[in-house]
Design a protein around this ligand. Structure first.
Ligand code: PXG
Length: 289
């Protein structure tokens, strides 16, 4: 496997970074997770735009222009002969000393890993997922804004641990007011009174690219979509529920904290959106070959 490291494609074994990199010492850096379907990179521009916004927010200057980054992503995929891929772009603060001061880190490290995708079993999409709410609250936007896709994912990892400890694979995270915001690596939608609802980003959710895509697909189908507050009461009484994310795509949810959602099977609108989304992924994006 070849990995892109600061302008070069090197063997995986030689893709090494200093333990003095502040990405390692402090989680000081940003990343994106992107997918390619049949040689076409889905929403590449949107992902790179978000990467550069995350970096701008933490005053990290990415040492290559966006077009060059796009070329680098394409070159890495080609070097690995991949058509269906999971792409991870990571920019860390770079090597410094043991103090926090990011100004001491002169050279950010840019890494692009392209690998095969590990998919959720098909059964999950047919039968739906059971999830739970967990005690760990989502970071308040005034502390670490969830829009920054940073290397500091402990907030989400703590929630994931709580879900796993209880025997579930995904957790619903509430914000400091107890409102539903998102899951550990996915956004959440419910159908309530035939309107599709998802929490507004300002409550503490990452504005997911899959989320935006699903909103657009639903509106095209004539389904009303609103960004609105969702309480646990709304969640348990939803007609349908699903999660969205680059890795998971759209996953139906059929039980939350023991409450059956709808009739306990993936909902009609959820299944329709899964179909529409899959169709979009195979034809929309930046062609590699
Ligand atoms: N919320 C959070 C906290 C996320 O990290 C999403 C929502 C969905 O966003 P997108 O833009 O993907 O629709 C994410 C995305 C990984 C991985 O390897 C994580 C994400 C995306 C891709 C891979 O864990 N998180």
């Amino acid at each position: 496997m070849k990995v892109y490291l600061n302008g070069e494609l090197v063997d995986k074994e030689s893709a090494l970074i200093s333990v003095f990199d502040h990405g390692y010492l402090y989680g000081d850096g940003v990343f994106e997770g992107i997918r390619a379907y049949n040689g076409i990179i889905f929403k590449l521009r949107e992902h790179l735009d978000r990467l550069y916004r995350s970096a701008h927010m933490i005053m990290l200057e990415i040492p290559l222009a966006k077009v060059k980054m796009q070329e680098a992503v394409i070159a890495t995929m080609k070097a690995n002969n991949l058509k269906d891929a999971y792409i991870r772009v990571v920019v860390s603060r770079g090597e410094g000393d043991l103090g926090l001061d990011p100004r001491k880190c002169k050279n950010p490290n840019v890494v692009i890993i392209t690998d095969k995708i590990v998919l959720y079993p098909q059964e999950l999409y047919e039968k739906g997922m059971e999830i739970i709410t967990v005690p760990t609250r989502r970071n308040i936007p005034e502390a670490i804004n969830p829009q920054i896709k940073s290397l500091n994912y402990l907030n989400n990892i703590l929630a994931k641990i709580e879900a796993i400890n209880s025997g579930y694979q995904e957790a619903v995270m509430l914000n400091h007011d107890g409102l539903v915001v998102e899951c550990t690596g996915d956004n959440i939608f419910i159908l309530k009174e035939n309107v599709l609802l998802t929490p507004p980003a300002y409550l503490g959710a990452l504005k997911g690219i899959t989320r935006d895509t699903v909103i657009e697909l639903a509106r095209k189908k004539g389904i009303e979509v609103k960004e609105d507050v969702i309480t646990r009461y709304d969640l348990y009484n939803a007609q349908e529920c699903f999660l969205t994310g680059t890795a998971a795509e759209i996953v139906p949810v059929v039980k939350i904290d023991g409450r059956v959602i709808g009739n306990g099977k993936p909902g009609k609108i959820t299944l329709q959106l899964i179909e529409d989304f899959r169709e979009l992924t195979i034809r929309d994006g930046v062609a590699v070959y």
